[in-house]
Design a protein around this ligand. Structure first.
Ligand code: SF4
Ligand code: SF4
Length: 387
């Protein structure tokens, strides 16, 4: 593994995207006292990597980096990664303005790692329009010590990006967890292999899949607690990417001091490598998840193009099914919002309708090879996700 930061770093990164906020205040009002306490505990154990982005907490995450880390610790004791958004206008002039604003917000003179934020399988033409050359210029002039991108998409799209620009890339940030490892959508394993075979480092995001891998149905949780009553459910999810040789660090969007304590305990006190028995436990969890009763939607998408209301039927049914398995209502509502509202990563101008927009015409049912009573399922989705 290349030494990106002057010295090896520990494999627990502090994600500044879900910071505690002041009671009753919006997402932009971060509780800096609590964050200081969390940062102090994290730093006191020799951890050092902080991840932020221009858009997190409406821009206040980068300010929290300045107040809680940069002003309080020597520069050689921590690393900061931030990200340049490519939605909205992306002229070179605008990108320069954003980078200058990020330096001012964070109080830094350089970033240890600078990413293009949230590239997808179709991003090549966009980054070839100026963003990639701009990113390289930041490394050349010392504003960024390392460069790369965070990625949401399949392995084929990632290969296209890396075939074009892999020789410039130091690190790629990937969604990687044991649930998505073999999934058709996220393809964590294939993406990880695509990056690491080129000698490029991987920073892991969403090791807990946004909290999903700590909120299982009871039957699934029991597999983990039976295997080790002393290990937290989250520790299993964190250890999976820590175990991989090609990972530089593993991010956790820590929200409370207890999160920090538990994650430190996992990173410090378990063996770096999962045993064969550990892998079997994880396999059993995946098998138990398949047994949880769900709507038998295969995501074939024969229904949605025929819906006069433009309802993202497979997307909504997928959220309902995820809730059945993971019992994470907050996460389900957030995903439902993504499926049914404006999406900065989606096609411009397309806003899918909500389940409550269903007019019960029945057209979708005629097209569904699984004979799912879609309007009835959408009514249940309204009760679960819109109330
Ligand atoms: S029943 Fe509802 S979801 Fe199905 S096609 Fe009609 S409006 Fe769309
Ligand atoms: S047609 Fe049926 S199985 Fe296919 S995506 Fe729609 S609801 Fe799911």
């Amino acid at each position: 593994m290349k030494n990106y930061f002057g010295a090896p770093i520990k494999k627990l990164g502090f994600g500044f995207m879900r910071l505690p906020t002041l009671p009753g205040k919006p997402d932009t009002e971060i509780d800096l006292e609590k964050v200081n306490e969390m940062v102090d505990l994290y730093m006191s154990k020799g951890f050092s990597y902080f991840d932020t982005a221009y858009v997190y907490h409406g821009g206040k995450s980068e300010v929290a980096i300045r107040e809680c880390v940069v002003k309080r610790y020597p520069r050689d004791k921590f690393q900061v990664t931030t990200k340049l958004p490519l939605w909205g206008p992306t002229t070179v002039e605008r990108m320069k303005e954003i980078t200058a604003e990020q330096l001012e917000r964070t109080g830094l003179e350089f970033f240890d790692l600078y990413f293009l934020h949230g590239l997808g399988p179709d991003s090549l033409a966009q980054i070839d329009g100026g963003a990639w050359d701009y990113l390289k210029s930041l490394k050349a002039n010392g504003t960024a010590k390392n460069i790369g991108f965070s990625y949401h998409g399949n392995a084929a799209g990632l290969k296209t990006l890396l075939d074009a620009h892999g020789e410039d890339v130091d690190i790629v940030q990937l969604q990687l967890n044991y649930l998505d490892w073999d999934s058709e959508d996220v393809q964590s394993k294939l993406c990880y292999e695509e990056v690491s075979k080129r000698g490029i480092g991987v920073v892991v995001m969403e090791p807990l899949k946004g909290g999903t891998l700590v909120n299982f149905a009871d039957s699934v949780k029991k597999v983990l607690t039976d295997a080790n009553p002393n290990a937290s459910v989250a520790s299993w999810a964190l250890r999976f990417p820590i175990d991989l040789d090609g990972t530089v660090t593993v991010l956790s969007g820590m929200n409370t001091i207890d999160n920090v304590k538990d994650n430190i305990n996992t990173a410090e006190n378990y063996p770096a490598k999962l045993t064969e028995a550990d892998h079997k436990v994880i396999q059993t969890v995946l098998e138990e998840l398949k047994k949880v009763p769900t709507i038998p939607c295969t995501r074939c998408n024969y229904c949605a193009p025929n819906c006069p209301q433009n309802i993202n039927i497979p997307g909504i049914l997928g959220v309902v099914n995820d809730y059945a398995k993971f019992q994470n209502l907050a996460g389900a509502k957030m995903n439902y919002g993504r499926m049914t509202g404006p999406n900065p990563f989606g096609p411009p101008g397309v806003v899918p309708a909500k389940a409550s927009d269903c007019v019960n015409c029945g057209t979708c049912v005629e097209h569904c090879p699984q004979h799912i009573k879609i309007p009835d399922e959408l009514k249940k989705a309204v009760e679960l996700l819109e109330k």
